[in-house]
Design a protein around this ligand. Structure first.
Ligand code: UT7
Length: 319
């Protein structure tokens, strides 16, 4: 029987500090009403103090430990640690190296990937390939971001959208029907300028986004990649139990649901409580759905993400 990369467990880490929309209205020309109507976001979590030492690897390692505990594995049996992030602790050493040290994955090789908000699906694609090739048996995949460090808090069109957080999954190679069934990734560098975080020595140190352009492309490309992932898994939409999309804007998620013909009960949404946590958003949404019983053994789940690059990824898994 064929080996598949099964998602064994998921863990999360969310900062305690909750910031509501009213906070932004105290110093910017914005309102709770505008933010909720245009984005669906009501609140987000930020690490305590932008100058405090909470690092992306701190959040990432808490999420990772949570996933490792739920999987019931010895961290020394993890073969690879992959961290998807655009807000790393350092350019190097990688955030994944710091996480592997913090969780005791002492025999792993570790590396970061840069695919912004599509990072989790890109990481899933790499983890799946490492397992199917026989190189790895167990992979820890983490999506972790301290986005608040990258924001211009005077830019009302970006700072209200994002939040900090981390999510992690353990994948293991196993015989059987359960596991990753398809991965589809695509990049379009010609659209690189519509969403970017320049290096500090080359322009603004804060994130830039042309929201309207990103919005249009997000609806189109995330819908396309979801269709492709379902098709390459040789499935039909009717077979899919749940869509777990990147959580950027409720209007993007609703438009996708409409194009794909998925009713609301088959789409996971939590953007109202966490905002856009970039590479962490899909595993955080997955954890909520799984922990609350919305995913049962045998269920088919499709993931879809889009981020700066542009990067686009979709994947189907049988749980
Ligand atoms: O993770 C992937 C990356 N991100 C995304 O997927 C986000 C994609 N984009 C979006 O979610 C939306 O484009 C935004 C939420 C960023 C903006 O919503 P929109 O409905 O596309 O608004 P808009 O950019 O067309 O702006 C409409 C107006 C503008 O004012 P004028 O020029 O019409 O006078 C903006 O300046 O809304 C203004 N505006 C705001 N007003 C109040 C922009 N941000 C705000 C704000 N509060 N926070």
């Amino acid at each position: 029987m064929a080996i598949r990369a099964r998602i064994v467990s998921v863990g999360t880490a969310l900062p305690e500090k909750i910031v509501g929309n009213d906070h932004f209205a105290t110093y910017l020309d914005t309102s709770d009403e505008w933010i909720v109507r245009r984005t669906g976001i009501k609140q987000r979590r930020f690490v305590d103090d932008p100058k405090s030492p909470t690092a992306t690897s701190d959040l990432g390692s808490i999420a990772a430990k949570n996933a490792i505990d739920k999987a019931g594995i010895d961290p020394a049996t993890i073969d690879a640690v992959i961290c998807a992030t655009f807000s790393p602790d350092n350019f190097f050493p990688s955030t994944a190296c710091a996480i592997s040290n913090k969780v005791g994955a002492s025999k792993s090789f570790a590396f970061d990937i840069s695919a912004a908000c599509a990072g989790f699906v890109y990481g899933l694609t790499i983890a799946n390939s490492l397992i199917l090739s026989g190189q790895c048996k167990t992979v820890l995949l983490v999506g972790a971001e301290v986005v608040s460090r990258t924001l211009d808090f005077n830019d009302r069109s970006t700072c209200i959208l994002f939040g900090d957080g981390a999510g992690a999954i353990v994948l293991r190679g196993e015989e059987g029907e359960r596991g990753i069934l398809s991965c589809e990734c695509f990049s379009d560098g010609s659209l690189g300028d519509i969403l970017k975080l320049p290096v500090p020595w080359n322009g603004s140190p804060s994130m830039f986004m042309n929201g309207t352009e990103v919005f249009k492309n997000a609806v189109r490309l995330m819908t396309d990649v979801t269709r492709k992932a379902i098709c390459s898994a040789r499935l039909e939409f009717a077979d899919i139990n749940l869509l777990v999309p990147h959580q950027a804007n409720i209007r993007i998620i609703q438009a996708m649901g409409e194009y794909l013909g998925l009713s609301e009960d088959r789409v996971v949404v939590n953007v109202e409580r966490f905002g856009n946590t970039s590479a962490a958003s899909i595993p955080i949404a997955l954890a909520e759905a799984w922990d609350s019983g919305r995913i049962s053994e045998g269920d088919l789940v499709v993931f879809a993400g889009l981020g700066g690059g542009l990067t686009v990824g979709g994947a189907v898994a049988r749980f």
